[in-house]
Ligand binder design. Structure first.
Ligand code: NAD
Length: 503
């Protein structure tokens, strides 16, 4: 892999279509910004409709090519495994590229870069285990079976918060099944996906099987989601964009997988070890500066410990170190975009205006070394309630609203009072209570005495406006393959079509 942070600096990055890096037809490029300085650091191509068309056509051609179609599932699995091995070999460069592009902590990226290669291996192993089934029909001498086959060209539109992680969860199974792929990374963090394209060539993935079109949502994303050659969309991003994409896809009757936003409840009962629960809540909301879809942004605390818990939460929050993403002692890096910083500031202001109490944070750090970057202090707003706008909308930043509750019934009503249903967490020693919560909460994931503990072996997805479709585990192999029913008559005789036989 030639791409490194040093080579990216000041460079111009092309599109990746049909196994080659190519210039966009209209010759337009846009800058990607470094969140620690707010300055542009490389340019990427803005793919227009013609480029998107070329990428989809190349993926369609690859689907029919002998190089891909006639490959055995075992061979495909080996290619996916090889890609995972190359990702591991280049884990450090990939981690650095992503940190520079979206401001993620290097230590967090290094941890992700241990899971990502393993995830390729996991799905590579499934390539030759996706079986169909035989149906015992009510007829003699008939074999009726379902076989699984690739869907076709899968278009993946991903966000900026964890591009490689988000991409791997669907790219690896899609390739293992035999689909071909067109990826549109976020205009705010495209570099790691382009670096992965280089590794795809090195791994021997045939041209056209994996394509990357960079650009924004309005031009590139829109062209991709209107293209009639796509067989399925995988979208990870905000609920508003998800609606637009689903509506475009519906014109071509193309199914979507939607991984959307969240406003996840994080619940603390009074029987817990407060320090442990505080650490859980702090990591649930402040990890990655709150820029995670599962961020536990609404914290519900049982009334008897509310005051004590808030005090401990505020004290712990004040010790969270905001700093440069590459520094080992940093707990929170910058927000990835200037617009994200403005959004966080807006919601904190509106929370205070609507009566919440600013208990910690609420401003940009005073350290002059951080002045140019898009940093914001981890923020705790207490005396919050579900009528406040910051408790209803996804902020996608380091802001938690805290409110008390008294009964389990009240808690479930409050926690479910949201348009979202992505994740949830509960801290309690009472297993019966935890299980009642798991039963009643409207969320795709329930964490009990932990938070943000994700595994590619388990399948996750959202409820309500957090989306539909599953990611991870074996379930995803079914999501990205389709069933074909095959019926074979081995009686040796074509029966008189007008005689109705009961068996
Ligand atoms: P976003 O919706 O602004 O953009 C996501 C992607 O969609 C980008 O690649 C963007 O260019 C593209 N896009 C934007 N408008 C488009 C259009 N009209 N047509 C086609 N494509 C378009 O989201 P974001 O700000 O990049 O990411 C943050 C959001 O992602 C948050 O809401 C977060 O919760 C969500 N997210 C969800 C998950 C999950 O698994 N549920 C994971 C990570 C992030």
């Amino acid at each position: 892999m030639k791409t490194t942070v040093e080579r990216l600096q000041g460079s111009r990055q092309e599109l990746f279509i049909d196994g080659q890096f190519v210039a966009p037809k209209r010759g337009e490029y846009v800058p990607s910004y470094d969140p620690t300085t707010g300055a542009p650091w490389y340019e990427f191509a803005l793919a227009g409709a013609e480029d998107v068309d070329a990428a989809v056509r190349s993926a369609q051609a690859a689907l029919k090519s002998n190089a891909w179609r006639r490959m055995t599932q075992t061979e495909r699995g080996k290619l996916v495994r090889r890609l995972g091995e190359l990702v591991l070999e280049h884990a450090d460069e990939l981690a650095q590229i992503e940190c520079r592009d979206n401001g993620k902590l290097l230590k967090e990226m290094r941890a992700q870069m241990r899971a990502i290669p393993d995830s390729y291996l996991y799905f590579a192993g499934m390539a030759d285990k996706l079986q169909g089934d035989t149906i015992p029909v009510n007829k003699l001498d008939m074999l009726n079976f379902n076989q699984r086959e690739p869907i076709g060209v899968v278009a993946m539109i991903i966000p900026w918060n964890s591009p490689l992680m988000m991409l791997t969860g669907t790219l690896a199974p899609c390739l293992a099944i035999g689909n071909t792929v067109v990826v549109k990374p976020s205009e705010h963090a495209s570099a790691s996906t382009l670096a992965l394209a280089e590794l795809a060539i090195e791994a021997g993935i045939p041209p056209g099987v994996f394509n990357v079109v960079t650009g924004d949502g309005a031009v590139t994303g829109d062209a991709l989601t209107c293209h009639p050659g796509v067989a399925k969309y995988v979208f990870t991003g905000s609920t508003g964009t998800g609606r637009k994409i689903a509506s475009n896809a519906a014109q071509n009757l193309v199914p979507c997988q939607m991984e959307l936003g969240g406003k996840s409840p994080h619940v603390v009962f009074s029987d817990v070890d407060i320090e442990r629960a505080v650490n859980g809540v702090v990591s649930g909301i402040f990890a990655a500066a709150g820029q995670t879809c599962v961020a536990g942004s609404r914290c519900f605390v049982e009334a008897p410990i509310y005051e004590r818990f808030v005090e401990a939460l505020v004290e712990r929050t004040r010790r969270v170190k905001v700093g440069h993403p590459m520094a080992d002692d940093t707990d929170i890096g910058p927000l990835a975009l200037a617009a994200q910083l403005a959004k966080v500031q807006h919601y904190v202001g509106s929370g205070v205006e609507q009566g919440a109490r600013l208990a910690a944070g609420g401003r940009r750090p005073a350290d002059p070394a951080l002045a140019a970057g898009w940093y914001f202090e981890p923020t705790v707003l207490t005396q919050a309630n579900n009528d406040m706008q910051f408790m209803r909308d996804e902020i996608f930043g380091p802001v938690v609203g805290v409110m008390p509750f008294t009964t389990e019934e009240e808690l479930i009503t409050l926690a479910n009072d949201t348009e979202y249903g992505l994740a949830s967490g509960i801290w309690t020693r009472d297993i019966d209570r935890a299980m009642r919560f798991a039963r009643d909460i409207e969320a795709g994931t329930v964490w009990i005495n932990t938070y943000r503990s994700a595994a590619y072996m388990s399948s996750n997805g959202g409820m309500k406006h957090s989306g539909y479709g599953r990611r991870g585990g074996f379930e995803v192999m079914r999501e990205f393959s389709r069933l074909k029913n095959v019926v074979l008559d081995y009686s040796g005789a074509m029966q008189d079509p007008f005689v109705i036989r009961l068996r």
